[in-house]
Write a protein of this length. Structure first.
Length: 460
């Protein structure tokens, strides 16, 4: 059983509570799932890590962790993801944390780790506790490239391979945990994709994930190392070969964050005559217009220094934390506080407007463009969109909500503005005219807003 961001552990009743809370624009009684980034300390220094820019030397102390887990469990927490700015298994009390989670019947849905510290004791707890998934960030195909990418001694590569094999052996015939070996390709190793696949297959995981390094925050490294959009043609022959080798094995989990790369992937699949084997399912009831994020009612991400973040994909210095668990005695004070409520307001507006609300920093104080625009973030629906009953019920609820809150007639200014804006966004000609109006009447609109309080288009 693979990880599901905890969705598989959530009862139908609790899913309905989430829908009702979205409609009422109020908090649920607590997160059902949480990402606990136990420590910011790490035993490797991957050049591509998206959390390096936030990394501290902090770890959440065990007493604070146990109190936090107790409170969250009482509020209905069902699962956690152990990941983080550092490696979660590098926390000095990780065994005690795992034991305490088990004592509160909180499932470990996912552990994302470099695997260096995955000892026998950790492996035993993952198997006995029926952890859902372990992702090994192996990334490289040999010791030399591992040292380059992870910036550590080459000898650690063989240690990680041994730890993967040990977990596979400890699991035996059980399905818990599902084991994923992940590789990353850049310009230095793009010619080793076939070798990556073969190494992955030799380790006997459930899935082999291959991703590309196409972007690094804040231009931290020489861009000549990073794959460019046009490099999809360089990767194509090797992608074709591993698709052929995987046709019967069905181990590959491969997808890319850019259309050019996915177009290459699709035409290669067409030539080979294969389909994606490990994609998440999509229910018939799922509609793109209802595909907005609902994490503010469902989940929370807590980092090693105690910061609470909107989600694991918004871990960078440009996104302010929603608070810090060390600042208030109870997590509920944050969950029911103004920062989380503002995030709920913004997420609700996106859902209300059928994911057609244009993003601007003036409109969205917490969410970023990838949270608002369709197709820019895989996390907001990937784990959930296969739930036929949930999305059918959500569609019914959102339809009724839109009828009440998007109105030309018998509505206030907010409802009328929503109706006009949604019409514009759904009709290309009207949108072109609206964009022209916004571009060419800015001074007048600013004047009207400042002098008369008339806000036509969120003028600033």
């Amino acid at each position: 059983m693979r990880g599901s961001h905890g969705w598989a552990e959530v009862s139908r009743e609790r899913k309905r509570d989430i829908i009702e809370a979205i409609v009422a624009n109020k908090p649920t009684r607590g997160p059902v799932h949480a990402e606990l980034d136990l420590t910011d300390r790490c035993n490797v220094a991957c050049y591509f890590c998206n959390q390096q820019d936030l990394r501290t030397k902090d770890s959440i102390p065990l007493p604070r962790l146990t109190d936090l887990i107790d409170e969250l469990a009482e509020g209905g927490l069902k699962s956690v993801r152990l990941s983080g700015g550092g490696d979660p298994l590098f926390h000095r009390d990780v065994l005690n944390v795992m034991d305490h989670l088990a004592s509160r019947n909180v499932i470990i849905d996912n552990v994302t780790t470099n695997g260096v510290a995955l000892t026998n004791d950790v492996a035993t707890r993952l198997v006995n506790g029926k952890a859902r998934e372990v992702i090994f960030s192996l990334n490289a195909v040999d010791a030399a490239d591992y040292a380059r990418m992870m910036q550590v001694k080459p000898a650690l590569f063989d240690k990680v391979l041994a730890n993967i094999r040990n977990l596979v052996a400890a699991r035996g015939d059980s399905i818990y945990p599902s084991i994923v070996v992940q590789f990353l390709i850049d310009r230095k190793n793009v010619n080793r994709i076939v070798d990556m696949y073969e190494l992955g297959r030799s380790l006997h995981p459930d899935r082999i994930a291959i991703n590309a390094v196409l972007e690094i925050p804040f231009e931290r490294i020489d861009r000549s190392v990073i794959l460019h959009l046009e490099d999809n043609l360089v990767a194509e022959p090797q992608i074709e070969e591993i698709l052929r080798r995987d046709k019967e094995e069905r181990l590959l989990q491969i997808d890319f964050p850019y259309p050019q790369w996915n177009e290459m992937l699709q035409r290669t699949r067409d030539r080979v005559g294969t389909v994606p084997h490990n994609n998440f399912p999509v229910a018939k009831s799922f509609k793109g217009e209802n595909g907005g994020c609902f994490f503010a009612w469902y989940s929370a991400a807590i980092t090693g220094n105690g910061d609470i973040r909107p989600c694991c994909l918004l871990l960078n210095p440009t996104v302010k934390p929603l608070g810090n668990v060390n600042d208030k005695p109870k997590f509920a004070d944050h969950w029911n506080g103004p920062e989380f409520q503002l995030m709920r307001d913004e997420m609700r507006e996106v859902l209300l407007m059928k994911s057609r609300k244009p993003y601007t920093p003036q409109r969205f104080k917490i969410l970023k463009e990838q949270c608002v625009a369709p197709h820019m973030c895989y996390l907001k629906t990937m784990y959930f969109q296969g739930d036929e009953e949930f999305y059918a019920e959500l569609d019914t609820a959102l339809t009724k909500m839109r009828e009440k809150e998007i109105r030309y007639v018998f509505g206030n200014n907010t409802k009328r503005k929503r109706a006009i804006e949604l019409y514009v966004q759904e009709h290309p000609r009207a949108k072109r005219a609206w964009d022209w109006f916004r571009e060419n009447t800015r001074p007048a609109r600013v004047f009207l807003k400042q002098r008369l309080g008339v806000d036509l288009t969120d003028a600033v």
